[in-house]
Design a protein around this ligand. Sequence first.
Ligand code: SF4
Length: 191
Amino acid sequence: MSDISNLDNYLIFLKSISEDFVKIFEFQKEYLHCKKGCALCCKRGDYPLSQIEFDYLMKGYELVDENTKNIIKNNIENIKNGDKDSYICPFLINDVCSVYEYRPIVCRTFGVLTEDSKGNPSFPFCTTLGLNFYQIYDKEKKGLSSKLYKEGNFKNYPKIFRLSNNVIMNLPLAKKLNINFGEAKKMVDFF
Ligand code: SF4
């Protein structure tokens, strides 16, 4: 299989899971505070992504103007030469993703309540900052509170989805399309 058809298949897959993510966001919307300009997730860590996601990301990079390219290149150099503990995604410019349509899968799930490998709810880090899902978060138990849910007059008890990279890359559609995701690593390690 050529790289081109692998990328084509990835785009079919991406379109399908992106539609699923829209439904997940819709289902959880009464607990979400995500909005344009909130880029906390993009400043949180160097999330792993696969080779095919990186290749697609770089297609977005090729389309930005020269000034934006220079800012991104400069950001990458700063990350490589600097303190990786204060990581900010190099594609984030003025708190906006410069390659938004081309962003990796993990970026498309920022902010939602997910399920960990043991079946427990895994809150987005911003819950403890008073953002997503804080309304139903029991700070002492560090978990979902049915008491807060009942008191809050919400419409939907949050349905939780398992969205780890491993689960997503092994979805039946990914298998059917025979997608070769390639090696997964931190973004900075691709440069
Ligand atoms: S690729 Fe875009 S959405 Fe993903 S972390 Fe970077 S700036 Fe944020």
